[in-house]
Design a protein around this ligand. Sequence first.
Ligand SMILES: Cc1cc2nc3c(=O)[nH]c(=O)nc-3n(C[C@H](O)[C@H](O)[C@H](O)COP(=O)(O)OP(=O)(O)OC[C@H]3O[C@@H](n4cnc5c(N)ncnc54)[C@H](O)[C@@H]3O)c2cc1C
Length: 387
Amino acid sequence: MADLEGFRRETRAWLEANCPAEMRQPIRDESDLCWGGRDPVFKSEAQRAWLEAMAARGWTVPDWPKEYGGGGLSAEETKILRQEMARIGAREPLYSFGISMLGPALLKYGTEAQKRHYLPPIARGEIRWCQGYSEPNAGSDLASLRTRAEDKGDHWLVNGQKIWTSYADKADWIFCLVRTDPSAPKHRGISFLLFDMKSPGVSTRPILLISGYSPFCETFFDNVKVPRQQVVGEVNKGWDVAKYLLGHEREMISGFGLGGASASLGARLGPALADDPLLRAQVARFDVDALAFRAMSERFIDELKAGRAHPAQPSMMKYAGTELNKARHELIVAAGGADALEWESERSDGGRAAREWLRTKANSIEGGTSEIQLAIVAKRILGLPGA
Ligand SMILES: Cc1cc2nc3c(=O)[nH]c(=O)nc-3n(C[C@H](O)[C@H](O)[C@H](O)COP(=O)(O)OP(=O)(O)OC[C@H]3O[C@@H](n4cnc5c(N)ncnc54)[C@H](O)[C@@H]3O)c2cc1C
C-alpha cells in the first residue's frame, strides 16, 4: 500500500513536469489524435514531445512487459497512472490498433521472435497498423472470408479483397485474416497474417462516410508475397487469434461509452436544459446510466486484468457502451436544436455536433454489430440455445 502511495506521488510529479499544457485540453477532433507511424504527422511540438516522453517510459503500454517496450507496471500501478492522467485531463499519447488490438494477440499467440520484433515499435508508435478482417461477403459471418493465401514454400501468395479497413490508406502494416485451407470447415482453414502495406500488389480505395469523413477503405491484394514466418499462431488456426483479438477490440470500443473525461451530460448541457423539463429528465436518466456504466466498466477492467473476466464479457460491454454513446449524442443534438444540425457554418463549429452524432451510428456496427453481441451474450453468458 505504502509503495502504491509512493508510486502515485512520483507519477503525479512526473506528469506535472512532462505533460504539456496543450495535451491537457479536451480532444476536439480527429486531428488532435496522435496515430504515430512510419511517417508520423504531429499537429504540434507538444504532441510529439508528449508521445516521446510517454514512450520513453513505456507508458504508451504501461502494463506490457519492459522487454517488449512496455512500462512493466502491475495492474494496480496501471490503474493509478490512468487515474492520475485523468486527474489532469491528460490525453492518450498514442492511438493505435497495434496497442488496442494486435499487441494483446501477439502477447498471447506470438513467438518470442515475433514479440521482440513487432511489439517495441508498436509501443513507440513507429508502425501504424490496420485490421483486415471484413470482406464484401464476410462481415457478421466473418468466417466465410475468401481472401486466399497459397503456400508457396518460403512465402504466402495473397489474393482477395477486404472492406471497411479503417485507415488502410494511412497504415504501414496490416493484420489480416486469410484462407489457407479452402477444403477445411470454414472456421478451421483460416490463418492470421502480418504484412507491409507497401508490399507490391496492395492497393486501397477510400469510402466516404455519412459524417462527411472518409476514414476507411476497400483494400485489394493482387499476388502479394508475404514471408512465411509472418503467420501468428498456427497455420489454419487463425480463428482462435482472430476471436481473441476481437475481444480486445470490443473492450476498446466499449470505452466510447465513458464519453472521454467529460463530467456529467447535465453539467455539460446546462443552460440548454433550463426551459425543457422533459429533456432535463432524459439527461438526468442518462447521467445515472452513464455512472452505472462507468462502475461496471471499472469492475470489468479489474476482472480482465486479474484473468477472471468471462470471455464473452467484452460483447456485453461493447453493446452497453455503444448504446450509451449513441444515446449521449442523441441528447446533445436534441439540446442543440436546429443549430446542432448545421453542417458547415462556423457557428456550429464546422458541424461538429451533427458529425459526431452521425459517427456514433457506426458504433453499434464496428467491431461486430449489436445484434451479434446480443447473440453472443445470449448463448455464452446466459446459456440460451443458439439460433
Ligand atoms: C466505422 C467502422 C469501422 C470499421 N473498421 C473495420 C476495420 O478496420 N477492419 C475490418 O475488417 N472491418 C471494419 N469494419 C467492418 C465491421 O466489422 C462490419 O461492418 C461488421 O462486422 C458488420 O458486417 P457487415 O457490415 O458486413 O454487415 P452484415 O453482416 O451484412 O449485417 C447486416 C445486418 O444484419 C444483421 N445480422 C447479420 N447476421 C446476423 C445474425 N446472425 N443475427 C442477427 N442479425 C444479423 C447485422 O446485425 C446488421 O444489422 C468497420 C465498420 C465500421 C462501421
